[in-house]
Design a protein around this ligand. Sequence first.
Ligand code: ADP
Ligand code: DP6
Ligand code: CO
Length: 354
Amino acid sequence: MADTTVYRAGTTAPVNIAVVKYWGKRDAKLNLPTNSSISVTLSQADLRTLTTASCSTTFTEDSLTLNGELSDISGARTQACFRELRARRAALEASDSSLPKLSTMPLKIVSENNFPTAAGLASSAAGFAALVQAIANLYELPDSPSDLSLIARQGSGSACRSLFGGYVAWRMGEREDGSDSKADLVAEASHWPSMRALILVASAAKKGVSSTSGMQQTVATSGLFKERIERIVPDNMVAMEDAIHNRNFEKFAEVSMRDSNSFHACCADTYPPIFYMNDVSRAAIRAVESINAKAGKTIAAYTFDAGPNCVVYYLEEDKEAVLGAFSETLGSTSGWRAGVGSQSGVLDETVAEI
Ligand code: ADP
Ligand code: DP6
Ligand code: CO
């Protein structure tokens, strides 16, 4: 009898906010970066993507519904994720003929972000990490987070880092086929349990220039960018890993702020220039500076992705000074508070029908 079962599995995946930023591709097809990067994975209690993946012979074609709307999946990056995951499932099916032939069935992906999409809060990171993890769960793949990060990277570069919790590096790699361009763990979340993030939403609107397009314009036209990838980022990578290992917040904060400034300077040096930050973003920078001046030491660090929204890292013991200052200066801004969180995984409440 024909198998008409609907097989289903799900996952949540976290946002990660880089403290040494990825900006630039050396190979757009394989999504290989011009530099390594480091991020902090935020707690999924606050910001997360929830994705379910199903497959069945009764479905007519592959589809992705994002926040209730059918999304275009014809792009090479989503197709690369589907292709790689299907190939891994097909290999399992070839070695065990009792397994249902899920690799040949159309896939239906349904995904929701509980935070603004395409607004510089890493929706592509949580989104593609969740897509890859949900399909890997559906296919019962034995691959490690590091193996899956190779696939997620092809969906969106920053997504490779959301396969891990804690402090995560994306090593740019050297090989032309990209097989060494993947994420690895710098430190578990528990290594530095007092780290917190304050997410300030200056605007939830979709950005004018996507990350993909913005970084390609920077690579093509910015002179400053060469200095960034040859000297600034390699130095920041070493300093940041050291700061994390030693739980040195002042160093962590200085490198985060300098790296964010360097990235946005390269955006301004792009021709024509790209401006992701707005007046509220700049007010947030000034607020962090005055918090640190008042404290007499660095207790807060700002960083901005490709959008106007500010993420402030601080330690739990300084929460009164940091949160108090923000409620005074930026009272009308909405946002979240988050700890450092865990990797994407299997949803307990989801029934996998395999
Ligand atoms: P962001 O700063 O939010 O990461 P990007 O410009 O990098 O913005 O990417 C936004 C794009 O990522 C969206 O237009 C969409 O194509 C994709 N994306 C966002 N969320 C998801 C999701 N949950 N599942 C699949 N793709 C997603
Ligand atoms: C500024 O990963 O969104 O957030 O690989 O083209 O999908 P694509 O770009 P994306 O770029 C992220 C840029 C950043 C910095 C970072 O997350 O490291
Ligand atoms: Co993105």
